[in-house]
Design a protein around this ligand. Structure first.
Ligand code: PHE
Ligand code: FE
Length: 274
C-alpha cells in the first residue's frame, strides 16, 4: 500500500464466484433502475459499459471515464482516513473498495464494497457538472477539516452524493449512490409513504442528521445538478459561522420553510425503532 492508500485492483485475482455476485447485483439493479434513476446515471452506466458480465477491470473503465471528465477510479482496501479521501477527490480520483460482498450479503453490508463504490458512484462521475461538484467537494472537505465543520459537510455528502433525489419533467429520480446500489432503497426512496421528501436547501441539509443503519427518514430533492454545483461553489466560511449558531433539525421534522414534495408518515422508521 502506498502513502495515498491505493492498492492494485489485481483484476485477474477475482474468482468466478466473485464475478457472479457482481452479475447478480447488476441484473437486479438494471431491471429496477430505468424510470427510477436519473438519465445522467443511466447514460453513465451505458457509457462506461459497466456490463453485467462481471466485476469491471479499472484499467478499461478508467480509459472511458478519464476521456469524459478527467476522473480515475483507484482501488483502496476499504474506508480511508478523511484527509486521504478528500485529497483523492480534489485530484479527480475516486477511491473504490476492491473487495465484493459475499453472496449472503446481497441486500445489506456495513462497509462499502466494489459494487456500491463502482456501480453506485462511478456512472455519475461521467456527468461534467457532477464531476466538478465531486472535485470541489474534495477541496471543501480539506477546508472543513481545518475549520472543524466536517460533521456539517458530511451531511451534504450523505444527502446528495449518497442519497440524493432529483426533480425531472418525468418525476422524481434517483442520483444517490447509496440508493442505486440498494435494491430495497431504490424502491423505498421513491415509493414508500414513510419518508419525508423535501426541497434541497444547502444550510437546511447541513443541519440535518442522518442514519447509517437503515433507510433514510428524509430525502432532499434537487431541482438540477447545476443548482448543486452553484450552491456549493460559494465560500462556506460564513455558512459554517451560521451553522455554529444554529441547532440541528430533528431527522423527521418538517420546517415551515421547507418545500414539501411528500409529507412522510414515518411509519417505517417507527416500526423499526429500537
Ligand atoms: N465551497 C465550499 C467551501 O468554501 C467547498 C465545497 C464545494 C463544499 C463543493 C462542498 C461541495 O468550503
Ligand atoms: Fe458511497
Amino acid at each position: 500500500m502506498s502513502s495515498d492508500w491505493t492498492i492494485d485492483q489485481d483484476w485477474p485475482a477475482y474468482s468466478a464466484a466473485e464475478h457472479q455476485v457482481w452479475i447478480t447485483l447488476y441484473e437486479r439493479q438494471a431491471a429496477l433502475l430505468p424510470g427510477r434513476a436519473c438519465d445522467e446515471f443511466l447514460n453513465g452506466l451505458k457509457a462506461l459499459d459497466l456490463h453485467g458480465e462481471g466485476i469491471p477491470d479499472f484499467r478499461e473503465m478508467n480509459r472511458k471515464l478519464n476521456a469524459l471528465t478527467g476522473w480515475t477510479v483507484v482501488a483502496v482496501p476499504g474506508l480511508v482516513p478523511d484527509e486521504v479521501f478528500f485529497d483523492h477527490l480534489a485530484n479527480r480520483r475516486f477511491p473504490a473498495g476492491r473487495f465484493i460482498r459475499r453472496p449472503d450479503q446481497l441486500d445489506y453490508l456495513e462497509e462499502p464494497d466494489i459494487f456500491h463504490d463502482v456501480f453506485g458512484h462511478v456512472p455519475m462521475l461521467t456527468d461534467p457538472t457532477f464531476a466538478d461538484y465531486m472535485k470541489a467537494y474534495g477541496e471543501g472537505g480539506l477546508r472543513a477539516l481545518k475549520l472543524g465543520r466536517l460533521h456539517n459537510l458530511a451531511r451534504l455528502y450523505w444527502y446528495t452524493v449518497e442519497f440524493g433525489l432529483m426533480q425531472t419533467p418525468a418525476g422524481l429520480r434517483i442520483y444517490g449512490a447509496g440508493i442505486v446500489s440498494s435494491r430495497g432503497e431504490s424502491v423505498f426512496s421513491l415509493e414508500a409513504p414513510s419518508p419525508n421528501r423535501l426541497g434541497f436547501e444547502l444550510i437546511r441539509v447541513m443541519r440535518t442528521p442522518y442514519r447509517i443503519d437503515d433507510y433514510q427518514q428524509v430525502y432532499f430533492v434537487l431541482p438540477s445538478l447545476g443548482r448543486l454545483l452553484d450552491d456549493t461553489l460559494q465560500d462556506f466560511g460564513p455558512i459554517y459561522g451560521q451553522l455554529a449558531r444554529l441547532p440541528d433539525i430533528p431527522i423527521d421534522a418538517i420546517d415551515p420553510k421547507d418545500r414539501v414534495f411528500t409529507r412522510g408518515t414515518q411509519a417505517y422508521a417507527k416500526a423499526h425503532a429500537g
